[in-house]
Design a protein around this ligand. Structure first.
Ligand code: 13P
Ligand code: SF4
Length: 303
């Protein structure tokens, strides 16, 4: 099958199955192109909850499909590549988190959505890179536990008066971006603005003109009159940045800004998933109920 034939067959089957195709901003270009909706992990989960369609095909990683299954339990949630996980989400276990809570009693646990359903179920409230500071400031507590990303945690700590205790997890893709790589890109493009995701290290964030989530980057690039941007996040974001801003230039400071898990999903996998209505992601009721409370507390806070 050619790519064009595959596109047509995916779209035909999506219609036949009453399926909504969601793609994260880090997915391969062709997956973003064939999807109904692209977005960040939270926005996609909200779309999953909102849609009238019966089937959700989640082109992303496992925790995202789980969030969709938590918020939309009556729908069939498919993850075309069941092996697409997130190393950062895997860095925290329920047992480890329980130990941390026992060591630091009374501190609310704020968990980044990039985490498993069982860890969310063990938390008081979730956050995303777009609302993390707001979520933490909304809490009636002087100290908080932040899980699992130490970089997002340090970014929050720099922007709140609360005392923050971090879990020492990190996103390998963002964490490996080196200060030297960014400095070199800035030296080569002195007229460019550097926008960085809070999953980058504090040393990288110190060099940024703007720190924001992936969705924040689309808004910043569109509204800012600058013509050149250095982009401190995963390479997949370039697809829509370039599509929406044909007159602007977007530069990746490193060739290593690629998340291998995000790149696993291919058109063949999406097609097969629609043909077989598998692999399906479900969350057991007792976990789902608790995790939903943590997610819904976050959703109650304005973005
Ligand atoms: P967002 O989807 O919240 O922008 O997160 C970035 C990320 O690393 C997702 O895996
Ligand atoms: Fe996980 Fe980082 Fe990949 Fe996102 S980019 S899925 S946080 S490893």
């Amino acid at each position: 099958m050619t790519q064009e034939e595959m596109f047509k067959e995916i779209r035909r089957l999506a219609e036949e199955r009453d399926a909504l195709l969601l793609a994260h901003n880090y997915q391969r270009d062709e997956i973003q192109a064939v999807a109904d909706i692209t977005g960040d992990s939270l926005a996609l989960s909200l779309e999953a909850a909102r849609t009238e369609r019966k089937v959700i095909v989640f082109c992303g990683v496992h925790f995202m499909a789980e969030s969709a299954a938590i918020l939309a339990p009556e729908k069939i949630v498919l993850l075309p590549r069941p092996d697409a996980g997130c190393p950062m989400a895997d860095m925290v276990t329920v047992e480890g988190l329980r130990e941390m809570k026992a060591r630091l009693p009374g501190r609310p646990v704020v968990t980044y959505v990039n985490s498993s359903a069982v860890v969310k179920a063990e938390s008081d409230i979730c956050c995303t890179s777009a609302n993390a500071v707001k979520v933490v400031n909304s809490l009636d507590a002087d100290e908080v536990i932040l899980v699992p990303d130490r970089n997002l945690g340090r970014y929050i700590a720099a922007n709140t008066d609360k005392k923050c205790h971090f879990w020492e997890g990190y996103c390998p893709t963002h964490d490996r971006l080196a200060v030297e790589e960014v400095k070199q890109a800035l030296a080569e493009h002195p007229d460019a603005l550097f926008m960085a995701h809070p999953e980058c290290t504090p040393e990288i964030l110190a060099l940024a003109h703007h720190i924001c989530s992936t969705t924040g980057m689309y808004g910043f690039a569109k509204s800012n009159p600058a013509k050149k941007f250095i982009v401190g996040t995963e390479a997949g974001i370039l697809y829509r940045l370039r599509l929406e801003n044909p007159d602007k230039e977007f530069i990746l400071p490193s060739r290593r800004l690629i998340c291998p898990n995000m790149k696993l999903t291919a058109l063949e996998d999406v097609l097969k998933s629609l043909q077989t209505l598998s692999p399906r992601v479900t969350v057991p009721d007792e976990v789902r109920e608790k995790a939903r409370v943590a997610l819904e507390r976050m959703l109650a806070i304005p973005r």
